[in-house]
Design a protein around this ligand. Structure first.
Ligand code: HEM
Ligand SMILES: *[C@@H]1O[C@H](CO)[C@@H](O)[C@H](O)[C@H]1NC(C)=O
Ligand SMILES: *[C@@H]1O[C@H](CO)[C@@H](O)[C@H](O)[C@H]1NC(C)=O
Ligand SMILES: *[C@@H]1O[C@H](CO)[C@@H](O)[C@H](O)[C@H]1NC(C)=O
Ligand SMILES: *[C@@H]1O[C@H](CO)[C@@H](O)[C@H](O)[C@H]1NC(C)=O
Length: 480
């Protein structure tokens, strides 16, 4: 063997040995959770990606939980990461947001969201903005203002259905139109439609290679983001002028998120408000529309549940004088089985499988240490689909929510909306949208799947073909 080659080999070998030694000593010092960091640099990323090509919803985590237990170490997307499939640890991570852990998103995401997005804010500013958003989405606001619009816009959309419908697309349009209405009081029109077209391009950017050079989709998303921001900016400027007029006694006061932001005592800049509005549009869009679609899919595949749901809603419908009379808060409050269906859909197909955080300091948990600066992933889905927490965990069974109180379904093992200081501010709005949507669809239509369509869990939870269905309008007699 030539000497240079031999030297090179020695050099490589010693690097590997040093790498292993450093890793071993670090592990002894800090007592990391057990696990495997995989290859240098790529870690176990390739295993992660190939695992999710199967139909099993949680193959990567399942395999490691059975080898190492519910807290394990791995190395994905360029960083060593502690995964948790333990409900107590997940809660601990969520509750200690800002104290022991911080949110962390890759730069590509923050470019699309804007730096003033709620999702990226930290510290006291986050606290203030979060509570503003929470109170905007609280039940008394929904009851007094939002419910009427939610019901009206859903009816409007369902009225336009005939024959074949791509349910996921319809659900997305509904969600978008609703959010625009709630944020800035715009009814669907040409302007909102143009905004939506650009906005869809922004969303596509979240799921591609984050490089302007190599990914045309990403580059298009950045351009679209600029256009959306410009459009929103015009609205903000106009509303600011109107707000002045209103305070001087002219014009009509709007009751929307934008009004709340403009009225805030500390004063937000236009740029802050635009980023904030965009974040709300993004956060509710895929999530709510996916759950709407999957609830219908699961119901279609579980005829007994669909029949029971129909009965519940026909009871409510029977009290109305006609098919267009608005739903009231008391109607929403008398849909117990619907709430079971929604919880079960959120459990089986939670579209936010879990959340990433970063340890601000060395964090002791369950006898191990999560080292400062490390990434952690709290997996909600691993808990939601765990046989120890739910009997027959991987099948859709809305009745499991009925015999309450069930000791196993405690807050710890069910957190589709996260928790702690970053609890989803849209959790009640999402439930109301879903309930109204289910009410209107089961009292107005019967349907069958137009094609076979499979559920997939990676990179996001969705069905492969956007769930095409064939619908048939029920006449009023049938609906009664
Ligand atoms: C089924 C529907 C939904 C699900 C499953 C869902 C789930 C979640 C989860 C798990 C989080 C926590 C993220 C984290 O801790 O990092 C979150 C945050 C958030 N959600 Fe939702 N969400 C839904 C609908 C909505 C809707 C309709 C809106 C808006 C109207 C919304 C607005 C937000 C916002 C703004 C945040 C960020 C909160 C913060 O970082 O302080 N979500 N959501
Ligand atoms: C909802 O928020 C409003 C302020 O936006 C507040 O006045 C009201 O008390 C809150 N209601 C509930 C049920 O928290
Ligand atoms: C949403 O708005 C667009 C126009 O922007 C309209 O064409 C569509 O029918 C609306 N959909 C719903 C659900 O109202
Ligand atoms: C349906 O009933 C409501 C309330 O009774 C009434 O205001 C509305 O005009 C009716 N609509 C139709 C289409 O009959
Ligand atoms: C659904 O889950 C929520 C927690 O997110 C819980 O408060 C509620 O009681 C559950 N509903 C039913 C019907 O079990």
């Amino acid at each position: 063997m030539a000497l240079p080659v031999f030297l090179l080999l020695c050099f490589l070998l010693s690097i590997v040995v040093i790498f292993i030694l450093i890793r071993a000593s670090r592990r002894r010092l800090l007592r990391l959770p057990p696990g495997n960091l995989g290859l240098p640099f790529v870690g176990e990323t390739l295993q992660l990606i190939s695992a999710y090509k199967t139909e099993n919803p949680e193959p990567f985590i399942d395999e490691r939980v059975s080898r190492f237990g519910p807290l394990f170490t791995t190395h994905v997307f360029g960083e060593p990461t502690v995964f948790s499939a333990d409900p107590e640890v997940n809660r601990f991570i969520l509750q200690n947001e800002g104290k022991l852990f911080d949110c962390s998103y890759p730069g590509s995401i923050s470019n699309l969201l804007g730096k003033h997005s709620l999702l990226l804010m930290k510290g006291s500013l986050h606290k203030r903005m979060h509570s503003l958003t929470m109170s905007f989405g609280n039940s008394s606001i929904i009851k007094d203002h939002l419910l009427v619009d939610i019901d009206r816009l859903i009816r409007l959309n369902l009225d336009s259905w005939s024959d074949r419908v791509l349910l996921m697309e319809e659900a997305k349009t509904i969600t978008f139109n609703l959010t625009v209405k709630q944020l800035m009081s715009y009814d669907p029109c040409e302007w909102t439609e143009r905004l939506r077209k650009e906005y869809v391009l922004v969303i596509e950017g979240f799921f591609t290679l984050p490089s302007r050079l190599f990914s045309p989709t990403y580059s298009r998303a950045i351009t679209a983001r600029t256009k959306v921001a410009e459009a929103l900016n015009l609205v903000v400027r106009r509303r600011r002028k109107e707000a002045v007029a209103i305070s001087e006694g002219g014009g009509e006061k709007q009751n929307d998120m934008l009004a709340a932001l403009l009225a805030d005592d500390d004063g937000f800049s236009d740029e802050q408000i635009v980023d904030f509005l965009l974040a709300l549009l993004v956060a509710g869009y895929e999530t709510t529309s996916t759950i709407m679609t999957l609830a219908v899919k699961f119901l279609t595949e579980t005829p007994l549940a669909l029949a029971q749901l129909k009965e519940e809603h026909e009871g409510i419908r029977a009290k109305k004088s006609n098919n267009t009379e608005a739903l009231e808060w008391s109607d929403y409050k008398s849909m117990p089985f619907t709430q079971c269906v929604i919880n079960e859909t959120l459990r089986v197909a939670n579209i936010i499988g879990g959340i990433f955080r970063r340890a601000i300091t060395n964090v002791p948990v369950k006898g191990y240490t999560i080292p400062k600066g490390w990434q952690v992933f709290a997996s909600f889905r691993a808990v939601h689909l765990n046989l120890d927490h739910y009997k027959d965990a991987r099948s859709f069974n809305p009745w499991r929510w009925q015999n309450k109180p069930v000791p196993t379904i405690s807050g710890n093992v069910f957190m589709p909306f996260g928790g702690g200081p970053r609890l989803c501010p849209g959790y009640e709005i999402a439930r109301v949208i879903l309930s109204v949507f289910l009410h209107r669809i089961v009292t107005r239509y019967s349907w069958v799947p137009a094609e076979e369509d499979k559920l997939v869990f990676f990179p996001t939870t969705r069905t492969q073909k956007r769930y095409p269905i064939k619908v048939r309008r029920l006449n009023c007699d049938q609906a009664m």
